[in-house]
Design a protein around this ligand. Structure first.
Ligand SMILES: Cc1cc2nc3c(=O)[nH]c(=O)nc-3n(C[C@H](O)[C@H](O)[C@H](O)COP(=O)(O)OP(=O)(O)OC[C@H]3O[C@@H](n4cnc5c(N)ncnc54)[C@H](O)[C@@H]3O)c2cc1C
Length: 323
């Protein structure tokens, strides 16, 4: 059956691949093509950051972990499984709230000067330029299409998936959605293969995410800030803080700066609803993934597939949960 997916970030593309590979005729329409999206800015370490509600996020993240782990190391996917450590502040619980989403996690003592404890684990990292191209290729192989097209509003009939991220403020008239601005610095590889994370202060997450040819160093998290221009003073502060924990970064050349607006909401919206005008079909909304769009992508895509199939079968619609 024919499905239109609006949006070609990691959420829209993953949903489209899932739908096309399940046999649905899938067409993606997007104002920005994959390399131009917020998703392309992501670090993109698997980590459930600034996304709610916890129970559904654990479930979506767990399923995504499994899919990304299976892709890791396969040529052309851009996904790698990397070891690393999250540094913990004094009040940290014995285990993270998302513990069930990962197969193994070890508590370590004195991981870095000034940190008494940390969690060590293997996490998937998706190198977004390669990974988004991999998803685009998979979509084409499954018979789907991707077209640059700006829509003033969502189609009013047929089965539609709304994966427009922050733009759902306009296309779904959802003003509860707001940006959480993030700035990152891309530096040259200096032989690093472990990620590092320190997020005890939600407004100043620190992360060092090595990729094949470079390292992404972040970051910032500024609610309701819309400015897409990188701030050189912020970049300097982020790099200085990161180099205290990973001294190798002092000799890494700066390659570039990027800013993205995380689509944040009190809860991810994953819901199938009728068209406002009562037209045939309906809309499966899938947006508001905050700082975890990559981390939740495959779990959410499973639920979007369920929502699409409910709409196609004419079943009563609403919040969707994967069986
Ligand atoms: C600095 C930074 C670091 C991050 N790091 C991580 C990380 O390590 N791990 C992680 O999981 N997540 C991370 N994230 C979060 C992640 O990037 C987002 O959650 C994710 O990109 C959201 O994806 P999306 O597909 O919903 O939105 P987007 O990537 O914004 O895609 C939206 C799509 O909708 C299209 N669209 C919008 N309006 C219209 C319209 N009217 N008509 C047609 N098309 C339209 C756009 O053009 C685009 O194609 C990070 C984000 C930032 C900013």
């Amino acid at each position: 059956m024919r499905v239109v997916v609006v949006g070609a970030g990691v959420v829209g593309l993953t949903c489209a691949v899932r739908l096309a590979e399940a046999g649905h005729e899938t067409h993606v329409l997007a104002r920005d093509l994959p390399p131009e999206t917020t998703s392309a800015v992501a670090a993109a370490l698997w980590y459930p950051y600034r996304a709610l509600p916890h129970d559904r996020v654990v479930d979506w993240s767990a399923r995504t972990y499994e899919v990304l782990r299976a892709l890791a190391g396969r040529p052309g996917t851009g996904v790698h499984l990397r070891p690393g450590v999250e540094l913990l502040g004094p009040g940290a619980p014995p285990e993270p709230w998302w513990r069930e989403a990962v197969p193994a996690l070890e508590t370590v003592r004195d991981p870095r000067p000034g940190y008494a404890r940390g969690w060590r684990l293997d996490l998937p990292v998706a190198e977004m330029d390669v990974y988004l191209a991999h998803l685009t290729d998979r979509l084409a192989q499954a018979g789907g299409t991707l077209t640059r097209h700006w829509l003033a509003e969502l189609p009013s009939s047929g089965v539609v998936v709304n994966a427009t991220g922050l733009a759902s403020r306009a296309v779904a008239a959802d003003t509860s959605l707001h940006p959480v601005r993030g700035q990152v610095v891309r530096v040259g590889q200096v032989g690093l293969d472990e990620w590092l994370l320190e997020s005890s202060d939600e407004s100043r997450p620190l992360y060092v995410v090595p990729r094949s040819r470079d390292i992404v160093v972040g970051g910032t998290a500024e609610p309701d800030a819309w400015d897409l221009r990188p701030d050189p003073a912020v970049a300097e502060r982020v790099l200085a803080r990161a180099a205290e924990l990973v001294p190798e970064l002092r000799r890494a050349p700066v390659l570039g700066h990027r800013v993205g607006l995380r689509p944040a909401r009190a809860a991810v919206r994953l819901e199938a609803v009728p068209h406002p005008g009562g037209g045939p079909g309906g809309v499966v909304h899938c947006y508001g993934h905050g700082g975890a769009g990559v981390t939740l992508s495959w779990g959410c895509a499973d639920d979007v597939l369920c929502g699409v199939e409910s709409l196609l079968s004419g079943a009563e619609v609403g919040a969707v949960a994967h069986e």
